[in-house]
Structures are given as structure tokens and as C-alpha cells.
Ligand binder design. Structure first.
Ligand code: NAP
Length: 273
């Protein structure tokens, strides 16, 4: 039987077992996917279990996403650029390869729910410059989309843009109303939206009518930003699809089957939010 895992500390809240467990059942795979609580001091010992062949691979979440760099035998260059590994694969010779699927999740979500979203020439407006923003900037750059990056702490955005290079215009979050009319895509990567919080000073009336608004916060599923955008007739995509789509490449690598993000799977996960 092929066994996979998600490790984190804590890990109880993870929806990954539900996602992967559904695909295992759907495809009749002789496999399992379990959530395992691994404290930081126990990470090296856990990686030895993976190396020894107990598992085919798994996912890595907080607080291990950066620490696993040191224990992987090889790391995908894009995961290095993003600065985090979220997926591990045990190779047949026991070596461990790490990669990052968050940027694929972001792209897969928009490709599925807003086809053609990347066809225009206007910049994407990215709000926030934290850990998740890194993967999203890499994703947008992979589609050659120019970026305006605004962050509450402007220096953090400056640092991130100079690390990534490319076509990124930087600003502070309080410049949002002058930057927003230029964009055809608005992406919230800040934690604003969790617990119903909203961008108090963002006037969505300045947006072009064709603008797509997406939020990577998915609890609540319809954040105040998405609700305000919908109320103005703008297209929106919520953040749950990113969580579902980021799981695909790992599953395929471990179990040899490319599953699908179906409305049924989405409904199952949505019911747990
Ligand atoms: P993070 O590294 O802590 O970054 C947080 C970002 O939010 C920073 O840019 C921070 O700005 C900004 N921020 C926080 N509070 C703010 C406030 N009151 N006003 C303005 N800006 C504020 O967090 P993260 O890992 O990037 O995660 C961000 C969110 O994305 C979380 O809600 C997480 O659950 C969600 N997420 C979703 C997915 C998915 O699959 N859908 C994947 C990853 C993350 P400063 O630099 O000024 O502090």
C-alpha cells in the first residue's frame, strides 16, 4: 500500500486528508493519506522514516515549509525562489525531492473558474507581500503578467520585488485607489478578510468593469472584498480552489493518477469551512 502524509504542528485543522482521501477512494487506489503532527525537533527523524520507504511522499505545512530545505536531497528551483517547500516525493533510490505547488494552485484555480483571465496586457494588482504572495508573484510572472505590488509595510514589498526581479511596480497599501484602475486582476494575499475584516480604504468603484477580483483567504469563503466586488457586478474567484488545485501535483507524483477538482469535492471541503 502506498502511504502519503501531511505533516505540520499543529495539523488537526488540515483539509488535505479529506481532499486526498476522496481522490484515493474515487480512483480505487491502494493507498492512504494521513495527517501527522510533527514537532520541529522531530522533523529530522520523520524524514528518515520517509527516506526508509515508509511513505511515498507527502505535504508539508506550517512550521516546516522552510526547514525542509535542509533535509531535502534536491529542491525544485521554483520552490527555492518561492522560499518554501510544500510537497515531498521519495524517489526510488530513497532520495527526497521537494517542490512547491502553491503557485500551480493559484493558476489552476483561475484557469478553471475564470478561463482566459491571463489574456490581457493590463497589470495584476497584488495586495500583500507575505509568504503566499511570493508564490503568487512567481505564478503571475510565469504567465508574463506585469505586476503592481502594494503592501502595508512598503519595505517588505521592495525586498520581495528585488529578490524576484522582473516587471514589478511597488507601492504602499494606501495607494490602492490610484493603482486599482490600471489593473484587470486584483489579488488579495493579505490576511485581511479573515474574521470578516475588510479593506476600509479601498474604493472598489475605481475598478474597471472587466476586472477580476480574487482572494486567497477562504475562511470565510466569500470575504468582504469578494462580496463588495460582486455587489458591483465584478467577476470574482474565491480562494478555496487554490487549496484544492495545489493538491493535484502531489497526488499525481505519489499515486500516478491525475485527479480532478470537481464540484462534488469542492462541496465536501466547503462543508467543513
Ligand atoms: P503572512 O506571510 O503572514 O503575510 C501576511 C500579509 O498580510 C503581509 O503582507 C501583511 O503585511 C499583510 N497584513 C496582515 N495584516 C494586515 C492588516 N491589518 N492590514 C494590511 N495588511 C495586513 O501570511 P501568508 O502566509 O502570506 O498568508 C496570507 C493569507 O493567505 C492567510 O489568510 C492564509 O490563510 C491565506 N492562504 C491561502 C492559501 C490558499 O490555498 N487559498 C494558501 C496560502 C495562504 P505586512 O508585511 O505589512 O505585515
Amino acid at each position: 500500500m502506498k502511504k502519503a502524509f501531511v505533516i505540520g504542528h499543529p495539523i488537526k485543522h488540515s483539509r488535505s486528508p479529506l481532499i486526498h482521501g476522496s481522490w484515493i477512494a474515487e480512483h480505487g487506489i491502494d493507498g492512504s493519506y494521513e495527517a501527522i503532527d510533527v514537532a520541529p525537533e522531530n522533523l529530522p527523524a520523520f524524514m528518515e522514516r520517509l527516506r526508509a520507504g515508509e511513505f511515498v511522499g507527502g505535504n508539508v505545512t506550517i512550521p516546516h515549509k522552510e526547514a525542509v530545505f535542509a533535509v531535502c536531497d534536491s529542491v525544485d528551483p521554483l520552490a527555492r525562489t518561492i522560499g518554501a517547500v510544500n510537497t515531498l516525493v521519495r524517489l526510488p533510490d530513497g532520495r527526497i525531492h521537494g517542490f512547491n505547488t502553491d503557485y500551480m494552485g493559484f493558476l489552476g484555480n483561475l484557469d478553471q473558474n475564470a478561463p482566459g483571465w491571463d489574456g490581457g496586457a493590463a497589470p495584476a494588482l497584488v495586495l500583500g507581500a507575505g509568504g503566499a504572495a511570493r508564490a503568487i508573484l512567481v505564478a503571475l510572472q510565469s504567465r508574463s503578467i506585469p505586476i503592481i505590488l502594494l503592501n502595508r509595510t512598503r519595505a517588505t514589498a521592495d525586498r520581495l520585488a528585488s529578490e524576484l526581479g522582473g516587471d514589478i511596480i511597488i507601492g504602499a497599501l494606501d495607494e490602492v485607489n490610484s493603482a486599482a484602475p490600471l489593473a484587470e486582476l486584483v489579488v488579495n494575499t493579505t490576511s485581511i478578510g479573515m474574521h470578516g475584516t475588510r479593506f476600509e480604504d479601498f474604493d472598489l468603484d475605481v475598478l474597471r468593469p472587466e476586472t477580476l477580483v480574487t482572494d486567497i483567504v477562504y475562511v470565510p469563503l466569500v470575504t468582504p472584498l469578494l462580496a463588495d466586488a460582486r455587489a458591483r457586478g465584478l467577476r470574482t474567484v474565491d480562494g478555496l480552489g487554490m487549496l484544492l488545485h495545489q493538491a493535484l501535483p502531489g497526488f499525481e507524483a505519489w499515486f500516478g493518477v491525475r485527479p480532478e477538482v470537481t464540484p462534488g469535492l469542492r462541496a465536501k471541503v466547503e462543508a467543513t469551512l
